[in-house]
Design a protein around this ligand. Structure first.
Ligand SMILES: [Zn+2]
Ligand SMILES: [Zn+2]
Length: 274
């Protein structure tokens, strides 16, 4: 039995519907999956329903963008109460910030002579949590640019002329927010951050787990983070970070986390409730 605990749908920057994602998970033989769309819980109900039909265990989650010591860090939330009002309100705030950022990026593109409308981006995104990939896709769709890569390389990548910095909450705040919603806070893809020195601070803030297995982690990286997990008594998670057909072929299936780790997540939540 194995799981994928890091998946995106079109409720953030992925391309699959929740149903398409679950169908793929079912074909690949997954016993459990978690939905971790950026700054939203919007797709959880549909994914949960599809999982019931496919007899796959569903774990509600989200991936929050945070920062610590000026380093962007993604915090995965698992097993949260999806009706928690404080969490829902904060998420609505993050979504408003995302929408404002889209308008700023579109404004910068307009100044550069690309007549894109923010409404075209929102219509294409069709979700509460739009991001840069939606701007890139809209540019391609409107034939203002040749490819997604070109959109990022020329305009949207950090430091390029239409890039707009993100306003982020602190990682400490993210951990606290997840805990008050009854969930577990896990550091996503630490290998992509290359800033392991912040891990002890996150642990001190109450971090519950670390994503050791990830599509972009080498075997050496996975081993390194398994050592961190042992040293700091953190739970171990893993997932493909599949975004559907975004930039490459779907990644679901590249990471198969042994189910025992899912059980440990559930045990920890149950233990906290006692
Ligand atoms: Zn991430
Ligand atoms: Zn992700």
């Amino acid at each position: 039995m194995f799981a994928d605990l890091h998946l995106h749908t079109f409720f953030s920057d992925g391309t699959f519907t929740p149903e398409e994602l679950v169908a793929r998970a079912s074909q690949l033989g997954f016993s459990a999956i978690a939905l971790t769309d950026h700054d939203t819980l919007e797709g959880c109900d549909r994914a949960a329903a599809a999982c019931v039909a496919a007899r796959i265990e569903f774990i509600a989650g989200t991936e929050l963008t945070a920062e610590h010591a000026d380093i962007e860090v993604h915090i995965l939330a698992y097993l949260v109460d999806t009706q928690n009002q404080v969490l829902l309100q904060r998420i609505a705030g993050f979504q408003a910030v995302r929408q404002r950022r889209i308008r700023e990026m579109v404004g910068a593109l307009n100044k550069l002579g690309l007549p894109l409308k923010a409404e075209a981006v929102f219509a294409l995104a069709n979700c509460q949590s739009p991001g840069r990939p939606h701007v890139a896709r809209a540019l391609v769709k409107e034939k203002l640019i040749g490819s997604l890569d070109e959109a990022f390389d020329k305009y949207l990548k950090k430091g390029r002329p239409a890039w707009v910095p993100k306003t982020k909450m602190s990682a400490m705040e993210a951990v606290e927010l997840i805990h008050q919603a009854g969930g577990l806070a896990v550091m996503a893809h630490p290998g992509l951050n290359r800033s392991d020195e912040i891990i002890p601070d996150l642990v001190a803030a109450g971090l519950d787990g670390i994503e050791c297995f990830h599509t972009k982690h080498s075997t050496t990286m996975a081993e390194r983070y398994l050592e961190f997990a042992e040293k700091y008594h953190l739970l171990v998670t893993g997932g493909s970070d599949c975004h559907g057909f975004s930039k490459q072929k779907p990644l679901i299936g590249t990471v198969k986390l042994p189910y025992e780790h899912v059980q440990k997540l559930k045990d920890k939540v149950a233990e906290r409730k006692r």
